[in-house]
Design a protein around this ligand. Structure first.
Ligand code: IMP
Length: 192
């Protein structure tokens, strides 16, 4: 089955391909010849994921999926959440976002946080949503250089390493994105 993955983030593509293996033929936007930055204007991950997949489906009439992910920090009432990419402003700098997060959490004892991914899949015009959650905590210094986004300060429950200290295979043992992708795979197996 051919599926377009509505993202321009190569790291997300690599993480999801590591889970799907050769079960599906996943095309990135670039590989599908589509050059757009799809807006994420909504106040929930679900609505943004839907916006991205619907935009691509309307353009291509090809089965597709998108995902939207947020880091939800308990003591910040779920912030940065849906604003994770632009937490410190419009330039989408991973470094500035982490600086802002660590400043806000300075002195806080409650470091509990989770990543939440929502995948929107569109098959023949019909949408289904799949959620994946990774529970963990935010540490107060950066560790590791792998991955992207908030990976250097997030330690998933069950490990003492940050996501950025793990290779992709190890991150995928805990990852929000992997859990959502497994639900998508199970759903597509039912369909076939
Ligand atoms: P997006 O809107 O789904 O692309 O993601 C929002 C932001 O969340 C990204 O810019 C990253 O900063 C962060 N993010 C998403 N997924 C991950 C992840 O797996 N690890 C660390 N940060 C992530």
């Amino acid at each position: 089955m051919k599926l377009i993955f509505a993202t321009n983030n190569d790291k997300k593509v690599a993480e999801i391909r590591a889970v799907t293996g050769n079960k599906f033929d996943i095309l990135t936007l670039k590989e599908a010849g589509i050059d757009i930055d799809i807006p994420e204007p909504h106040d929930t991950l679900e609505k943004n994921a839907t916006e991205k997949s619907l935009t691509i489906y309307k353009m291509t009439h090809t089965n597709c999926f998108s995902e939207d992910t947020g880091l939800e920090v308990e003591s910040l009432n779920g912030e940065p959440g849906v604003k994770s990419a632009r937490y410190a402003g419009d330039d989408r700098s991973f470094d500035k976002n982490i600086d802002k997060l660590l400043n806000k959490l300075a002195g806080s004892d409650n470091r509990r946080a989770r990543f939440r991914t929502v995948i929107s899949l569109i098959i023949d015009g019909k949408e289904d949503l799949f959620e994946g959650i990774a529970e963990g905590k935010i540490i107060d210094i950066r560790k590791g250089t792998n991955g992207f986004g908030y990976d250097p300060v997030f330690v998933p429950n069950g490990s003492n390493k940050t996501f950025a200290e793990m290779d992709m295979e190890e991150k995928n043992r805990y990852s929000h994105r992997k859990k959502a992708t497994e639900k998508l795979i199970a759903f597509l197996k039912i369909l076939n």
